[in-house]
Design a protein around this ligand. Sequence first.
Ligand code: NAP
Ligand code: GLV
Length: 313
Amino acid sequence: MTLLFASTFDDPSPWLAEITRALPALETRIYPDVGERADIRYALVWKPEPGLLASLPNLEVIFSLGAGVDALLVDPTLPPGVPLVRMVDHGLTEGMTEYVVLHVLAWHRQLHAYRSQQGESRWRPRAELLARERTVGILGMGTLGSDAAAALATLRFPVLGWSRTPKSVPGVQAFAGGSATEAGLGEMLPRCDILVNLLPLTPATLGILNRRLFAALPRGAYLINAARGGHLVEDDLLAALDAGQIAGATLDVFHREPLPPDHPFWHHPKVVVTPHTASVTHARTAAAAVIDGIRRHRAGQPLVNLVDRTRGY
Ligand code: NAP
Ligand code: GLV
């Protein structure tokens, strides 16, 4: 019984230490030292080389190191019959909620404007709103969106949440619909002073942060994209920023990562860039989910957090 760890972005050591401590009978290998491919029963991966998983003839479960599995699903060779488990972990959820609260508050309390005034030694008090006077909309009310929405509601922001199926989160008004052209999103957007994207990237959500969506927001709204670069039409955002329709944007994810050095987002005065670190999967909290999944699978119990490949998340 062997597990293959395949990620060029994550240090395998803490993962394999946690996993072998809990499951000492499990042999572990680290890509590219795959060894005899027929031995591999479990794969723990982030952006593996296309075709790698298809080359493992006895693979029983694929565990994703990330919550989002879009990069796996675009591999046409992904073995169709092998269950795919996405990452759900309290550390990942808490990290994302911290990021969302941080950037919502930064725009709400005009931190970036004060930073630039400070650069000019300029003492200029600005008109401030209370949280209860600024509405936050969340696209995607899943594991991450629901937790962030609940935290914002406790800070007294009016919070609106959009998902495919309506969600019941205390203090959060639910809107539902599976596409941007349905009424649910159309009703929500004109009320969102700050819009946070936490959707999975699927054919239905690709390019959803576009000119039409920006035009539906109140003038001077803020955008926080912590989901995937593919959600955003970058030129549409640049145009909306230049026109003042969007007053500022925090972007953690991009079409090309790392963001190329000559990309206009780097030096745009209304854009805050973070390097896909909104929330990071840490072995110290998240290895437990992989260990639990392998135990369940060995015991013939149903796996949890399975990806529905037809839905795409
Ligand atoms: P999740 O639990 O699967 O939640 C996804 C949410 O999006 C659900 O509420 C779902 O609706 C909704 N949704 C999906 N397709 C939709 C559509 N077409 N229309 C409306 N709503 C739709 O996912 P999660 O764990 O919260 O993670 C969300 C995403 O965050 C990941 O896919 C990943 O891309 C991103 N992420 C980014 C980072 C980072 O560091 N930047 C870290 C972790 C995750 P239902 O509830 O009705 O199914
Ligand atoms: C990170 O981007 C993730 O999907 O967990």
